[in-house]
Design a protein around this ligand. Sequence first.
Ligand code: ZN
Ligand code: ZN
Length: 260
Amino acid sequence: MTANYHTHTWRCLHASGTERQYVERAIEGGLAVLGFSDHAPMPYPDGYVSGVRMEMDQLEDYVTTLLDLKREYKDEIELHIGLEAEYYPAYFEPLLRVLEQYPIEYLLLGQHFLGNEIGDAYSGAVTDDPARLERYCRQSCEALRTGCFSYFAHPDLIHFTGDAALYEGWMRRLCRCAREQGIPLEVNLLGIREGRHYPNPAFWRIAAEEGGAVILGADAHTPEAVCDTASLPKAEALLRGGGLTRLERLTLRRPTLARP
Ligand SMILES: [Zn+2]
Ligand SMILES: [Zn+2]
């Protein structure tokens, strides 16, 4: 792995270390590219505070901190400034309006909640409800079609324990949608590191049959995790059939209100 585009910072309240430590660790580990993609702030109504993302007034500091590091380390590593965001229909345009004021180079789609987060459950919660599976797939496809996302992080986050044929049908639609939009799917190394329910082998069998692009993402919440070589064999085993084209470098799409 020579590039990682999935990296968090302390601002999301569940990551640790300084940005500089992540950069230094990436250089030591031999990465040529490191992209930061902390959980995006959301323009929520006053009074609602999400416990898993930076606040809107921290975005300025996030960007300036990374711009300074980008300059300082330019001869040693290529740094990029991104965000990992959900597609929440009620907040997406207001979010883009804010992001357009900053040099945000890319968004990763991480659909952690359905609906608009507020009052809805975590997408990764165990469920056998076909309606939740369908909502996850429909909402994620709608997100991919905005043209604002550069890759789809842990597309297999939904933890569906119901009918396997139903799961397969919806996941095929999701994989096709990503392929049609030219958006790579991510094998999430954090899931491997922590033994989570994703990456889900059933999903990756379907994805390989559907074809398209795949990328590995460290989803680092600590500096040590930016170069997660220990998880690579399991990630590579999932992709062994070779049905997906593995990308090392990502084509960055700047998120914009202007539809491509
Ligand atoms: Zn996180
Ligand atoms: Zn993440």
